[in-house]
Design a protein around this ligand. Structure first.
Ligand code: NAD
Ligand code: UD1
Length: 360
């Protein structure tokens, strides 16, 4: 049985990916320090899976711990060996992700994101594990408003969060013996199998409404904020500018369903494990753009509720358009986003409606 360590497993994307991996038959070691998540997410994943309670208990080991803790991680690898089910791959979600906060607490971002990855990689090397899927972000690109972003586009993040992601990508390219991070595929001369997945705007939730996005602090992203207005926690949404160079003047983004993103991880892992050592750097996006006003409209029509909004000033650091060219993921991973923007709006609201205060 294939055995995987998932860091940050209880988070938004981690929980959905864990469900996909469980249903695909993997044995999972799930590590999280629950700094931005709840253990309830993992018990719901187990219930949602196709496994019996007993099977789920056998297939999941939950570790409440920090990815920066070398001894703890090393111990997880040792335990897996003792149990005769050696961890042979890692999916690494754990990290901090709020752009605004990354300016105020830059050192925390370097420590958690870069420091955590260094510790993880050291433990992997010690335990001869050289297969990793890493959560990167579209934030690593220099904004390019006129066309879709491709993997060879310039890397030029403009916030500390994005800089940590670009740094980790470079570090992974280095240990893999690869030239740069500006190519979708390169062979690894050092026996590593690495996928850096650059997510665009993950959104939505599992259609059951049992797991979803559960930010502990005030959300920054658009769909959770629309949900907060829908549920009555906020009176209205502020649209950050209607003077952008887009057809309706509001920002265009590439929203991609979190279940599609989750399946993208399984696709990446399957390809890595069945091919030669290599570094894959892939956009995970739908390739379709939706403006803020269009998203509000689709959300209202799909869910039959009104989302009051007002037009505010542009947010610092925003760009007019962020859109993925997802063709490399189709070519190398045979992955493409299957769910629609309507699915995203329906599932996001279903989760919020069923869990008005999240997992609490
Ligand atoms: P999330 O905050 O919901 O999940 C991250 C998880 O990691 C949380 O459960 C948190 O408790 C855990 N964690 C944080 N620091 C840790 C540490 N030091 N040790 C152990 N666990 C730790 O975020 P998410 O949206 O699921 O994002 C997952 C990954 O994807 C992150 O690395 C994020 O930067 C990246 N990403 C997210 C988005 C997005 O819009 N959600 C976009 C691009 C990239
Ligand atoms: C933000 C981050 C980006 C990160 C991405 C996914 C910033 C500047 N960028 O990008 O680094 O990779 O999330 O986590 O924070 N909007 C409103 N009103 C709101 C909130 C958002 O109008 O209250 C607009 C934004 O201006 C944007 C769109 O909605 O046009 C999407 O915003 P958001 O969900 O924050 O995603 P990104 O801007 O892509």
């Amino acid at each position: 049985m294939k055995c995987i360590l998932v860091t940050g497993a209880a988070g938004f994307i981690g929980s959905h990916t864990t469900l996909v991996l469980l249903n695909a038959g993997y044995k999972l070691y799930l590590l999280d320090n629950f700094s931005n998540s709840s253990p309830i997410a993992l018990s719901r994943v187990a219930k949602l899976s196709s496994l019996s309670k007993k099977e789920a208990q056998e297939r999941i080991s939950i570790i409440d711990g920090d990815v920066r803790d070398f001894s703890l991680l090393d111990n997880v690898f040792s335990t897996s060996k003792r149990n005769g089910e050696r961890i042979n791959s890692v999916i690494h979600f754990a990290g901090l992700k709020a752009v605004g906060e990354s300016f105020e607490k830059s050192l925390d971002y370097w420590d958690n994101n870069v420091g955590g990855t260094i510790t993880l990689l050291k433990v992997m090397v010690k335990n001869s594990c050289r297969n990793i899927v890493f959560s990167s972000s579209a934030t690593v690109y220099r904004p390019k408003n006129e066309a879709a972003l491709i993997e060879t586009d310039p890397i030029s993040p403009i916030n500390p969060y994005g800089i940590t992601k670009a740094t980790i990508e470079k570090m992974l390219a280095d240990i893999g013996g690869c030239q740069s991070t500006a190519s979708a595929q390169q062979n690894s001369s050092k026996g590593w199998r690495i996928a850096c997945l650059r997510y665009f705007n993950p959104a939505g939730a599992h259609p059951s409404g049992e797991i979803g996005e559960n930010p502990k602090n005030i959300p920054n992203n658009l769909l959770p904020l629309i949900n907060q207005v829908g549920i009555g926690r906020n009176k209205s949404l502020t649209v950050f500018g209607n003077d952008w160079p887009t057809p309706d003047g509001t920002g265009i983004r590439d929203y991609v369903h979190v279940m599609d993103i989750a399946e993208g991880h399984k696709a990446a892992l399957d390809i890595l494990l069945s091919s030669k050592p290599q570094l894959l750097i892939m956009n995970l996006g739908s390739g379709k753009g939706t403006s803020v006003l269009k998203l509000i409209h689709i959300f209202e029509v799909t869910n039959g509720i009104k989302i009051p909004y007002e037009i505010g000033k542009r947010r610092e650091g925003d760009s007019a358009i962020s859109l993925a060219d997802p063709s490399q993921a189709l070519k190398y991973l045979q992955w493409e986003a299957k769910r629609s923007i309507e699915d995203i709006c329906r599932d996001a609201w279903n989760w919020q409606y069923k869990n008005p205060i999240g997992y609490l």
